[in-house]
Write a protein that binds this ligand. Sequence first.
Ligand SMILES: NC(=O)C1=CN([C@@H]2O[C@H](COP(=O)(O)OP(=O)(O)OC[C@H]3O[C@@H](n4cnc5c(N)ncnc54)[C@H](O)[C@@H]3O)[C@@H](O)[C@H]2O)[C@@H](O)CC1
Ligand SMILES: [K+]
Length: 504
Amino acid sequence: MHDNAPMDNDLYTVAQLRAIEQSAYAALPPGTLMRRAGEAAARFALELLGGRRDRPVLVLAGPGNNGGDALELASNLADAGIDALVLHLPGQREASDETASAHERARDGTVGFIDMLPPGGDWGLVVDGLFGIGLTRALDGQYRDLVAALDALRCPILALDVPSGLDADTGAVIGPDGIAVRATHTISFLGNKPGLHTADGRDHAGQVRVDWLGVDPAQLPSPAARLGSAELFAQRLRPRRHNTHKGIFGDVVVIGGAHGMAGAPVLAARGAMYLGAGRTFAALLDPGPGYDSVQPEIMFRPADGFEFGKRTLVVGPGMGGSAAAMRLLATALDSDSPLLLDADAITLVGASPDLLSRLAQRSAPAVLTPHPLEGARLLGTTAAAVQADRLAAAREMALRTRATVILKGSGSVIAHPDGSMVINPTGNAGLATAGSGDVLAGMCGALLAQGWPAWEAALGAAWIHGAAADLLVAHGIGPIGMTAGELPAAARAVLNMLVNETGV
Ligand SMILES: NC(=O)C1=CN([C@@H]2O[C@H](COP(=O)(O)OP(=O)(O)OC[C@H]3O[C@@H](n4cnc5c(N)ncnc54)[C@H](O)[C@@H]3O)[C@@H](O)[C@H]2O)[C@@H](O)CC1
Ligand SMILES: [K+]
């Protein structure tokens, strides 16, 4: 059993990892780190093989130190009696003395060597040691063909350090038409990496384990970002007292619902209600429905002329871009209310320097929940550019707006205006469905209404929203066909579970 240490949640950039590597390297006899990496990876490989130790293991070894780690792993597996076969492409030259020695050790032992992928192949496990953090360009030629051929295999794939082809900083597959190994498991050396957890990272890295190769934690720099966990908002998870009333838990007003778009604010209002807002209003731009027959507790009002007071405002779901929408948004921005901007409200802010400066000048809490295209509008760029470096994009949005930002997508990035960043680890593909963002907006609004600071409300809402989707999948409800309307009740179950287990 491998338990995650708290520092496993710290995420380091390649530049930071190089610095950690250099100081550890200088303090140890040559080859020590590579040997340790090979041992740690071999232990993991044996765990993954389980009862299938009679099956051969295919080890792909590249030219750099990632390949050296792979060769060390192969020697260790062979020593453990496993039939380990190294695929070493023709013409490949070892880039370092350590890798050359690892190669020699493997040649001297019982490791087998091949120079092309045999057809078929009933592998117990495939290990990807082609490239790690030293990858500088897209995979091409024989490497590309090899990685493409792995997709046909039906066995676990263990990536060493980083799945080959993936950018360890951003989680983007390198190259415009790039390719990267799709691992089921990744063992990350000398610290965890942001690119394993966002953008394409989750699809390519699979389950991530961190091995520190014995480095002294006191020598570590402060991480560039962190992986989210319930501990980051545990302080706010308070059990409710008996002697309370609805006025204590705040009011949420969802402002949106242009003609034909009433579903979005209704979903947001349900999200708010199920996460414990005292009272929830749907303030609609279009007359729309008078009430929600599924959730009649939601109070419907015309947005025009509605007194917001100090209620928490969730602005944007289905709001459209009309002059009336813009007026309501300006009023909300100028208010002292805790504020959440989603969807059309973010697009409007992106199109208006005036609205942007009103947002940046607010003193009351503000959270933005853009998807990549809305984020791109805010930054004046394209969704592809946002996705190419989600952490940098989220940080820039938070700096410009002076608000907490949740950049949605696989591995949502939560950015604080002070530069802090967290990647949310929960959730699954079931959330890629219409309305799930509306529910998130309402949920975050409910936490703001209950007095959570913007940063913790964003962390909590993103984590609980993802965990709700994971809970639904565990019950066979999705990911295919999961609907946004199923999320609020699951999120309520997650929140109450957290309060019972973690709450102070
Ligand atoms: N140096 C050390 O002591 C340690 C190294 N470690 C391992 O070493 C890795 C980093 O090693 P390296 O810096 O050697 O880098 P890599 O092993 O990731 O690859 C670098 C090599 O690949 C070549 N290359 C880069 N992109 C290519 C492409 N698209 N097609 C073909 N060739 C390409 C480079 O010219 C270089 O020769 C880490 O990811 C980790 O696995 C860890 O074991 C920790 C200790
Ligand atoms: K690799």
